[in-house]
Each structure stands twice: as C-alpha cells, then as structure tokens.
Design a protein around this ligand. Structure first.
Ligand code: NAD
Ligand code: UFG
Length: 336
C-alpha cells in the first residue's frame, strides 16, 4: 500500500516507517520538523535500505497538505503528527487544540476529498482518565480527561467515529497506546527529548548517561507493589509493528475500531529503574518526592482485542526496552 505517514520523522512515526517499509509498503512522510530532524530519513534508509519520500509540510497548512494528496495516490493514512506534552498543553491549550484538532480536521477533509478511506490514529490510554478499573478495556469508552492534550485525543476519537458513521465506506483504527519506550535495536532511531524530560524512561536515560544527577520518583505511597506508580511500558518497535497490522486491518474492514496497544503487564517506577540499572551496568541514584499532580496509581491494558482483531502481541520485555533505550542514548551523546 502507498501510505501517508504524518509525523513520520518523530519517535513512534520513524519506527513505524521502518516496519512499514520492511513489510513491503510504500511510505510518504509529512512532517514540519517541529519535534524531529531531517536526519531521521538517513537513519531509516540505513536501517531498511529504502528512503521514504518526505514533504516538509505543516498539517495546519491545508494548501501545502493538499499538494501532497494531489501528487500521490494514497490508499491509507497513519496520523501521528501532533503536540504531546501534557504539562505544556495545560499552559498553552489553544495551541494544542489548534495543532491537534484543526490540523487533524484539515487532514480528514483532504482524505474525504481524495477518497482515502483507511486511517490509523495515534490515541492514548490517557482517554480512560481516572474513571475505570484496570486493566483498561476498550469497551469502557472515553473517560474524563485531565488536561488539554488528553482532550485532543478524545476529541479526535469522537471526530473520526462521527466521520465514519456518516460514510460507511470509511475505516479507522484508533490505537490507544500505553507507555511507549525503548528504541530501535540498531541504536539509530529513538526518542530525543526536548529539554528536561517529563517521562520516566527518558529521564532515567539521562541519569544513567551522566546528564542528570538523580531520578525524582513522584510518590511512594500509592497502593502498588512498592508504593510507586505502575504503568504498562511497551517497546516502541512492538508498537510500530502494531501499526502495520492496524493499517492492514483498516484496509480490509469498514467502520471504526478502538484498540489498546500495551503488553497487559504493569511495572512500578522502581522496577523500571532496576531494569535500567541492569541494562547500563551501574546504580541509578533516586530520591522519593511528593506525588506528581494528575498521576494515577496504576495503568495497564487489557490486550485481548489487539490479539483477537489484529493478531498482535507485544514480544519485547522490560529488560530489552531498557537495553535499547540505553544504547540509543549513548549513541546520541557520542554524536553531540
Ligand atoms: P513526536 O513528537 O516524536 O512525533 C510527532 C511528530 O509530529 C514530530 O516529528 C513533529 O515534528 C510532528 N508534528 C507536530 N505537529 C505537526 C504539524 N502541525 N504538522 C506536521 N508535523 C507535525 O511524538 P511521538 O512520541 O512519536 O508521538 C506520536 C503520536 O503518538 C502523537 O500524536 C502523540 O500524541 C501520540 N502518543 C504518544 C505517546 C508517547 O508516549 N510518546 C503516547 C500516546 C500517544
Ligand atoms: N515518574 C517519576 N519520575 C519522573 C517521571 C515519571 O517517578 O521523572 C513516574 C510517574 O509518576 C508515573 C510513571 O513514572 O508513575 C510514568 O510516568 P510518565 O510521565 O513516563 O508517563 P505517564 O503514564 O504519566 O504518561 C504517559 C504519556 C502521556 C499519556 C499517558 C497516558 O506521557 O502522554 O502516558 O497514556 F497521556
């Protein structure tokens, strides 16, 4: 299939492009390089021997985006492009709504105009909010989101669902990611945090590589195995492979499906820290702090639907996630 990948030079997008190319698909990337670098194209080419087509276009620029549709006959779209920092979305909500909602509507309107009927959208476990019991099941529906970023994911899910109710020939898979971490085993692509990382593993990676002194553990008084927060971490390469299955599913079915992508198993902050210590061969200092506002205690996926509909099951374990993250972090430092 010829697939448009918005946000394809980003963290999850770049890994997905690799898996799509390796599965025999043709990839065309649209990205404005707001949070990624053009060098990623060289890295994708180095890994799979094929360089994806690339347009430096902002999805808010509808005319620019339309040119991409005019020049290509797409069968499907995987839509990653968007802003993703929870805290920033609280500070500048309109910017988040503009980029993640207005930008997405431009894309969906062009898909309608050019009759591109198959879509995979990057949603998030954050749409469950704090309303439901773990494991989170797709049938719970949408919970109460606690920040504008989460609300943009929820609104996109609603927009796509309505769009496909109005046009029964459309097809969409809304993937609710849990916590993607790790990097490609080549060490060539991975997550490059912008400023001080908010997320756990990018922060641990910087402590392990000497860029920060210690990890701040946000609370150890939750009702969990050791009191620290529990999340369902999934290797980004597993997540990327799930996209290949999801877009192939979308191309052969109609309607809208919401599907969790996680491992179905949670790890606490300290369990992740210890796995990372094993991966980097050194102790990682940490301090227990107060809880971070907005955090929930435990979050992990019910993965049955992904297994049944997509025949998808994550294979990489937490040790491998940490090893691949550490390799990429060391390479990044060497390059600087
Ligand atoms: P990322 O920032 O690495 O990638 C997003 C890409 O989109 C970047 O390359 C950025 O330059 C591009 N982009 C942003 N706005 C754009 C615009 N207006 N026009 C064109 N390109 C634009 O993020 P990621 O971690 O790869 O996340 C990909 C998607 O998955 C996002 O929608 C994110 O919200 C979602 N998601 C991520 C996580 C996570 O933990 N990383 C979890 C759940 C959902
Ligand atoms: N944590 C720390 N110290 C840190 C960073 C995180 O102790 O420096 C803890 C958090 O308190 C939490 C766990 O590590 O218990 C994971 O935190 P992350 O920030 O890595 O991930 P979250 O689960 O909070 O958030 C992620 C994504 C969001 C998404 C959400 C739900 O970053 O975009 O999952 O899917 F909305």
């Amino acid at each position: 299939m010829k697939i448009l990948v918005t946000g394809g030079t980003g963290y999850i997008g770049s890994h997905t492009c690799v898996e799509l190319i390796q599965a025999g698909h043709e990839v065309v990337i649209v990205d404005n390089l707001y949070n990624s670098s053009i060098d990623v194209l060289d890295k994708i080419e180095a890994i799979c021997g094929v360089r994806p087509s690339f347009y430096e276009v902002d999805i808010l620029d509808k005319e620019g985006l339309e040119k991409v549709f005019e020049e290509n006959d797409f069968e499907a779209v995987i839509h990653f492009a968007g802003y993703k920092a929870v805290g920033e979305s609280v500070a500048i909500p309109l910017t988040y709504y503009e980029n993640n909602i207005a930008g997405s509507i431009n894309l969906y309107q062009l898909m309608k105009k050019y009759e591109v009927r198959n879509l995979v959208f990057s949603s998030s476990a954050t749409v469950y909010g704090d309303d439901f019991e773990v494991p989170f099941k797709e049938e719970y529906g949408l919970g109460t989101t606690t920040n504008p970023y989460g609300t943009t994911k929820k609104m996109n899910e609603m927009i796509i669902t309505d769009m496909n109710l109005a046009d029964k020939n459309n097809s969409a898979v809304l993937l609710r990611y849990f916590n993607p971490i790790g990097a490609h085993h080549s060490g060539l692509i991975g997550e490059i945090p912008n400023g001080i990382p908010n997320n756990l593993v990018p922060y641990i990676a910087q402590v392990a590589s000497g860029q920060r002194d210690y990890l701040r553990v946000w609370g150890n008084d939750y009702d969990t195995v050791d009191g620290t927060g529990v999340r369902d971490y999934i290797h980004v390469v597993d997540l990327a492979k799930a996209h290949v299955k999801a877009i192939e599913y979308a191309a052969s079915h109609k309607g809208t499906e919401v599907i969790n992508i996680g491992t179905g198993r949670g790890y606490s902050v300290l369990e992740v820290l210890h796995a990372y210590e094993k991966a980097c061969g050194q102790e990682i200092p940490y301090q227990i702090m107060d809880r971070r506002p907005g955090d929930i205690a435990v979050c992990y996926a019910d993965t049955k639907k992904a297994e049944e509909l997509l025949n998808f099951k994550a294979v990489y374990d937490i040790d491998r996630m940490c090893e691949d993250s550490y390799r990429f972090t060391c390479n990044l430092q060497k390059d600087r």
